[in-house]
Design a protein. Structure first.
Length: 116
């Protein structure tokens, strides 16, 4: 059974940084992609950043230049380095893993709050 465990969320002041981690276990395949989504109160879940097996990355316009996604394939772990955080980055951040067959797997989410 695939399990995704996120860590690294918390409270940070505007302009600060956080690093999220997501470790996947129970995988019997090589993930096609790993991603971070986020959901702010009253809003739909949105894709923040994604990295595919080749290493290609893509970012939401709202986080480009501030967030960096990376992965350690040997550890089945994905990271999200978030710099220059803004109050509008406040959300629950979810780790997502996509199998080669098109399956989606989700973590439980970690809260990120940007506030002074």
């Amino acid at each position: 059974q695939v399990q995704l465990v996120e860590s690294g969320g918390g409270l940070v002041q505007p302009g600060g940084s956080l690093r999220l981690s997501c470790a996947a276990s129970g995988i019997m395949f090589r993930p096609y992609a790993m991603a971070w989504y986020r959901q702010a109160p009253g809003k739909q879940r949105e894709l923040a950043a994604i990295i595919v097996t080749s290493g290609t990355t893509n970012y939401a316009d709202s986080v480009k230049g501030r967030f960096t996604i990376s992965r350690d394939n040997a550890k089945n772990t994905v990271y999200l380095q978030m710099n220059s955080l803004k109050p509008e980055d406040t959300a629950v951040y979810y780790c997502n893993l996509r199998s080669p067959g098109g399956g989606y797997y989700w973590g439980q989410g970690t809260q990120v709050t940007v506030s002074s």
